[in-house]
Design a binder for this molecule. Structure first.
Ligand code: NAD
Ligand code: DAU
Length: 352
């Protein structure tokens, strides 16, 4: 039995679906179902007794304590977070509450549960904290990719809150001996990605005939990993990672944003050509830059490759094709997750 938090979100739901496709081991899925959590992502698990969904927050000490004592999981995997940088600029408080206070309360519950375990179960137990490359700040063009010993230099309210949570996890290992693992991953893309993030937003806007808003000059670089490869890496770290260690996860796929947007447009031109024969690229619109925008992220994945033998299965070309096809095949999913009020703020902030 494992306890997953945030398992109705983008990466968490992909993780739960993959886990149950490969294992008989039950998953307790604790998710607060914020705007980003969507039970429809888990619809294929309806009636499956290996999936126990609980609506609730990692900040709820009593609930988490009860779940741990009732189900006795051998591991906790913490995906639950506020995850979007633009939202953290718009309103940082939720990020402090969920990402920092939430991680703290979860750690405290897990520590109390772990303390009461028998010695062999204590040794086998794992707390895996899912984090981000954004905690390392921004890289110049010439700089080497982030390693596990790169300095923490978070620049947005989101990345600062994730950095704080990573430090708490580290401290709970060093001070209390809790067997923790931390993963810092680069930008994910794939099915069930909420259309506020670059790739799904571009697909959805393109199909709706709306502008494709590129922040600033579009030359900011992100390092892209297909979400199923991230899930595989987390499973690998959970099974053979060394407690107390950090593992950076990435697929050596650095690309400027404008190249990503052009790739999405080309794929849509091929898979769903516009009636008037023009390219979706004609919808690209340069807008104001994101405040404090990090210029470049890049992950050095040597450690997880060397020590745990992990490698991604998808190239960017195969992963992005699958992703665009998934959005073409699932228009009703998109309609259900779109929220009006937030898009109004985005329009005011960045223009049409
Ligand atoms: P997401 O926003 O799609 O999903 C977050 C999930 O957490 C949602 O289901 C939401 O309902 C749930 N949640 C929020 N607050 C909660 C709370 N208090 N208690 C319980 N559940 C709560 O995020 P994502 O993109 O799937 O990211 C998952 C994790 O991976 C986050 O910790 C994020 O920082 C990290 N991460 C994301 C990426 C990426 O590219 N998306 C890359 C690296 C790391
Ligand atoms: O690096 C890992 C991080 O990747 C995760 O920790 C975050 O949870 C996840 O949201 C993601 O953060 P980014 O800020 O990199 O992702 P986003 O999709 O918001 O933006 C990707 C890049 O595209 C970034 O440089 C900003 C730019 N962008 C984004 C949007 C939404 C645009 O140019 N236009 C847009 O409309």
């Amino acid at each position: 039995m494992i306890l997953v938090t945030g398992g109705a979100g983008f990466i968490g739901s992909n993780f739960v679906l993959d886990w149950l496709a490969q294992s008989e081991e039950t998953v307790i899925n604790l998710d607060a179902l914020t705007y980003a959590g969507n039970r429809a992502n888990l619809a294929s698990l309806e009636g499956d007794s290996r999936h126990i969904f609980v609506k609730g927050s990692i900040t709820d000490f009593d609930l988490v304590a009860r779940l741990l004592h009732e189900h006795h999981p051998r591991a906790v995997i913490n995906f639950a977070a506020e995850s979007h940088v633009d939202r953290s600029i718009h309103g940082p408080e939720n990020f402090i509450h969920t990402n920092i206070v939430g991680t703290f309360r979860l750690l405290e519950c897990v520590r109390a549960f772990w303390n009461d375990l028998r010695e062999p179960d204590q040794q086998d137990f794992r707390f895996l904290h899912v984090s981000t490359d954004e905690v390392y700040g921004t890289l110049s063009k010439e700089a080497s990719p982030f390693t596990e010993v790169s300095r923490y230099e978070p620049n947005s309210p989101y990345s600062a809150s994730k950095a704080a949570s990573d430090h708490l996890v580290r401290a709970w290992h060093h001070t209390y001996g809790l067997p923790v693992l931390t993963t810092n991953c680069s930008n994910n893309y794939g099915p069930y990605h909420f259309p506020e993030k670059l790739i799904p937003l571009m697909i959805v806007n393109a199909l709706a005939g709306k502008p494709l808003p590129v922040y600033g000059d579009g030359m900011q670089i992100r390092d892209w990993l297909y979400v199923k490869d991230h899930c595989g890496a987390i499973r690998r770290v959970l099974e053979v990672g060394k407690p107390g260690e950090i593992y950076n996860i990435g697929g050596w796929n650095e690309k400027p944003n404008i190249e990503i947007v052009n790739t999405v447009c080309k794929l849509l031109d091929e898979l769903r050509p516009k009636a008037d024969g023009t390219s979706y690229a004609s919808q690209i619109t340069y807008v104001a830059d994101r405040p404090g925008h990090d210029r470049r992220y890049a992950i050095d994945a040597h450690k997880i490759e060397r020590e745990l033998g992990w490698r991604p299965a998808e190239t960017f070309e195969t992963g992005i094709r699958k992703t665009v096809q998934w959005y073409l095949d699932n228009p009703e999913w998109v309609v259900r997750v779109q929220s009006g009020a937030y898009r109004e703020w985005i329009t005011r902030q960045y223009g049409e």
